[in-house]
Design a protein around this ligand. Sequence first.
Ligand code: LLP
Length: 419
Amino acid sequence: MMMSEFRRIGGELHCEGTPLETLARRFGTPLYVYSESSIRKNFKRFDKSFEGSDHLICFAVKANSNRAVLRSLGDLGAGADVVSGGEIYRASLAGIDPVRMVYSGVGKSIAEMEQAVEAKILMFNIESFSELKVLDEVAGRAGKRARISLRINPDVDPRTHPYVATGLKNSKFGIRIESVLEGYERARGLKNIDVVGVDCHIGSQLSSIDPFVEAVTRVKEVASTLRDRGFDIRYLDLGGGLGITYDRESPPPIEEFGSAMRAVLKGERAKIIVEPGRSIVGNAGVLLTRVLYTKKAEGKRFAIADAGMNDLMRPSIYGSFHAIEQVVEKGREPEMTDVVGPVCESGDFLAKDREMPALRAGDLIAVMSAGAYGFSMASTYNSRPLAAEVMVKGDRHALVRQRGSYEDLVRGERDPEFS
Ligand code: LLP
């Protein structure tokens, strides 16, 4: 069970010891609120699940890249799974040492590779032969060596939403299993490359263990074949992907994931790397938004909130479910409701056809499980400044990102000289 730090005290929803209504009054809405202790607890559960095996938990920065979140995790010894130069920059600013960073992604630019080589990151997870060649050149020019894994595409069905499945044959991610050995042989022939590991990541929001077991079994097989061929494989990177409960899903608890992985990897001497994102921060955050207006439509009511798809994109682009709770219970009768945002798109909704206690203008609502891929995917579409973010620790709280301003919206823009 995911332990939630969001609970009702006297009918009012709190984050740890802090009432959400107080935070909304103080900082305005839309507002992201994160529970520090929930983030810590989840990280520690991962760490503990791999206790006894040499391991490194590399938090997937894309899930939530707020500096304060990264700092909390870094302080606990987390590494980072990064996918861009920007993420290397953020994670470094938050105090995460680049020797604890692994760099994944199909489209690393030369500039980003240079930055990562210069920073001496732990390892590049290579996703194509052409990328491998370019990295060799970049490292050579810098007079350095780059440590690599190949990201193998194990062709395992993660049984998740097609947009977040990444380990199937037809996916753009990874190197197909048939070509992996050839890839490693090529890598061995390159002057500035050190082969150190095997990597995979099959998808996100997985709700069962089996696909992980299948994928990691392949990783282990590849590692063993490589060792037979004389490669020194020191890292096995299992990727991320463990799901959370948004609605009625029942993903395995972190502990079960850990013990299943350790069982497959029994006797393995390489360091185990995992790259969890959602399972650490997903249920540790909510998006607070206030109802601006309501109106009736065919058989339902629209509640128009001050947060929209630009603040939380998941419902619009994946049809994702996020529970919605009234921060202060009003005891109203349930009503069929669409909670929509102010953005000028029909796809701008936070909840659709939801039977929930009737909403009225002025109500504060919490969009639950919004700590992962919430703010990090936000945009300023419709010229809506980015939301503010608050971190709570017990009865204390801190503004960890101030609300975007109009100046922020136009930063860097200029009139052309020919105008
Ligand atoms: N490692 C790699 C190489 C990844 O691509 C990802 C996520 C992770 C780790 C972390 O996966 P997690 O533990 O968070 O499942 N925007 C989508 C999710 C996209 C996931 C992309 N990759 C969503 O909102 O559901």
